[in-house]
Every structure is written in C-alpha cells, then in structure tokens.
Design a protein around this ligand. Structure first.
Ligand SMILES: *Cc1c(COP(=O)(O)O)cnc(C)c1O
Length: 381
C-alpha cells in the first residue's frame, strides 16, 4: 500500500464540477485581479473567522509582511515570536527591517510559551536592549491556537501589537475568558495562507489578513495595491500584494466544505491517538479538547514525537509511507539569521522539537486501512 503525506486528488474529485463552473465564470468575465469574487470571499472569510474585516492578499507570507507594514514596524524595532515555525513568520519580521526576539515554546503544544515571553520582555539579551519591542507574532502551530489570553494580557501591559500567524489554523477555536474565539479574531490582525497544503488551500498562492480595526483594514487595502487611493495617488508605499479572482472563486467553493474537512481530520487524529496509545510514539495533545468547543484543533498537521526518528523515517520510506519533519532547523539557528547572534542552546524546547517531531498523513480522505498500515509500520510490527 502507498500512503502519501497529502493527496489532494480525492478532495478535487468530490468538488470538481462546482469548482470548474466558478473558474469558467471568472474566465468568461475576464476579471482577474481583486473584483467581486475577491470581495465575496473576504466577506465570507471574515464571517467564518468572526472578524469584522478581511483583506485578501497574495500569500500567507505577504499577509505577515503587510500586517507588519500596517503597524509601521521598521529598523530599530523588535518583534517577539517563536523560533519553532515555518520560515515566513520570522522572514517577514526581518524583511520589515525589524529584529526577531525569540521566546521558547511550550513542549506540549509547540506554541510560544507566555511565561517565556514575559521573561524575555523583562530581561532581553544585552544586544537587544536598545531596540523597541513593538509587536508579537504568536503562531497557532499545526492548527491549535496559542494560549492567547495570557499573551494578550502581556501585550496590553507592555503596549505591544499582536499579529496572529494563523496560516495553519483557519477556523481553529480558542476558549478565551471572554468566550470562544476563532484564530485571527483575537489579536490586532490575523494572517492566513491558502497554500494548497493548508486546510483551506487554493489552486496556487493566496493569503488573507483579518482585523477588527477599521483603520487598519483601510490601510491594508491601500498597502496591498501600492499604497494608492484613489488610483495613482500614493499616500503610502505598499506593494503588489493582491489576491486574484481565480483563487477567490475556488476558495469560495472550498470554504463551504471546510468544517467537514476539519471534522474528518479530527476523526483521523482520534484514530491515531487510540492506536498509538501506550507505544513509544508520543501523540500530540489537544489541550482545548473537552472544553465545549468544536474546532479545538484542526490538525493541519498531526505531529508525533519520537526518539529514534531517523530509523523510523527509513522504515516509513521503505513501506511507501509519506512523512515529513516540520521543522528540522529552529529559526534562531538558520544561517541567514546568524547576525542576530543566537546560539545553539538558546531555546532548548524548540531545538528538542526540531530533533524529535514527525508529521504523519492526516488529510480528510485518508482511509482507516491506510491509517492502520501507517500505525503498523510505526510500531514496527
Ligand atoms: C504556510 C505558512 C506561512 C506562509 O504562507 P504562504 O502562503 O506559503 O506564503 C506562514 N506561516 C506559517 C506558520 C505557515 O504554515
């Protein structure tokens, strides 16, 4: 049996006719950039995320960059974030000219640890003492929300803006003390990606920024189109960060199915949880499960911890089973960030996660037979 890490063909065959119809609509209209399809999608996603505004952009990476631009983050500023995420989280901070100041993760959730954030604000490394800490980017890694209540408390106390990196967490819910809230509607802005492998994936690149703040929304709309409004009058320097109509049309169709796909991913996660219980493989913990919320986790990735990872990967390869390491190198140790002066040992939990984690197939169309085969191979029997 062959088990790919992700196979989108099954999903496509279920919605093929519907998707091809809306693609035809766009082709017939010859309206390709922004426009009515994008506006409808923005309205739908804002509603889905429980945010007042949503601004479609060209990718998740650009969503992060434009959010930082909207806050006027610049050289001399510092942004607090996690060293354990996809590169874009930190790449965007550095592209905005700012310095990433890391706080280590909670080993249970892989998300930034609020206790460590407070420590780093109180006592930043000597070389960062002249910088002004302006913002924080928590990441809702693998589809489970970071612990936002304490993070928002810290942000309020120190006057920091909060950008949620919700690229892996569209629809993911957090049981806040004010009630259940969705990723992207908690901080000042939320950034989403529609890279094809995300739970809501387009037919190419795409992204979105959500916000409850009207003036930020207006600024984002300007910035994604070279800072112009009206046309050819530029009050800001933005860029070409526009979402195209074909992506919006496809995503509008897919959004209707997103809740059921989340549900299937959770079912698959439950099967792995049960089958791997008591084994040497440590399964991910859904810390908000049983708190009366549905999307306590949306499992963009199902990530286990193992001690003998190399052996295991070899066994999986030999058995034709896809798996992947997210992420093998923590961001503070990336070569391109060497000049920030971080060293091995600075963030032990992130470094340990980078050595031990392995993502297994979890996509909605994965069959129980395929899962059994994965489990058998993992257990080595
Ligand atoms: C995918 C991802 C991004 C970047 O999104 P793109 O659409 O690929 O640019 C940013 N942050 C995280 C955590 C991601 O998983």
């Amino acid at each position: 049996m062959k088990v790919p890490l992700l196979d989108l063909k099954g999903q496509y065959s279920n919605i093929r006719e519907e998707v091809r119809r809306v693609i035809d609509e766009v082709c017939d209209s010859q309206y390709f950039i922004l426009g009515p399809k994008v506006e409808t999608f923005e309205k739908n996603t804002a509603g889905y995320c429980g945010a007042r505004h949503a601004v479609g952009v060209s990718s998740g990476t650009d969503a992060l960059l434009i959010a930082l631009m909207a806050l006027d983050i610049k050289p001399g500023d510092a942004v607090i974030t996690t060293p354990y995420s996809f590169f874009a989280t930190v790449g965007s901070i550095v592209r905005a000219g700012a310095t990433p100041v890391f706080a280590d993760i909670d080993p249970v959730t892989f998300n930034i640890d609020p206790v460590k954030v407070r420590e780093i604000i109180r006592n930043p490394p000597q070389r960062f003492k002249k910088l002004k800490i302006k913002a924080m980017i928590p990441v809702h890694l693998y589809g489970q929300a970071a612990d936002m209540d304490p993070l928002m408390d810290i942000a309020k106390e120190y006057g920091l803006k909060v950008i949620e990196d919700a690229a892996q967490a569209i629809g993911s819910e957090y049981p806040s003390k004010k009630g259940t809230v969705r990723a992207g509607a908690i901080g000042d802005m939320g950034c989403f990606s529609f890279f094809p492998s995300k739970n809501l994936g387009g037919f190419g690149d795409g992204g979105l920024v959500t916000t409850n703040n009207q003036s930020l929304a207006e600024k984002l709309v300007k910035l994604r189109n070279h800072g112009s409004h009206p046309k050819y009058y530029h009050s800001l320097i933005g860029g070409n960060f526009r979402l195209d109509a074909l992506q919006a049309a496809v995503l509008n169709v897919k959004l209707k199915y997103l809740e059921s796909w989340h549900e299937s991913r959770r079912t698959n996660a439950g099967r792995y949880d049960a089958a791997l219980k008591g084994s040497h493989i440590s399964t991910p913990k859904a810390v908000y499960a049983g708190r009366g919320i549905r999307n306590y986790h949306i499992y963009n990735q199902y990530v286990v911890r193992v001690k003998d990872r190399d052996d295991l990967i070899n066994r999986m390869r030999a058995a034709d089973i896809g798996c992947e390491i997210y992420y093998p190198v923590p961001l503070h140790l990336q070569e391109c960030f060497k000049h920030f002066g971080y060293r091995e040992g600075d963030f032990p939990e992130s470094e340990k996660a980078a050595r031990e984690t392995l993502a297994l197939s979890i996509y909605p169309e994965l069959t129980s037979e395929m899962q059994e085969y994965v489990v058998k191979t993992l257990k080595g029997c």
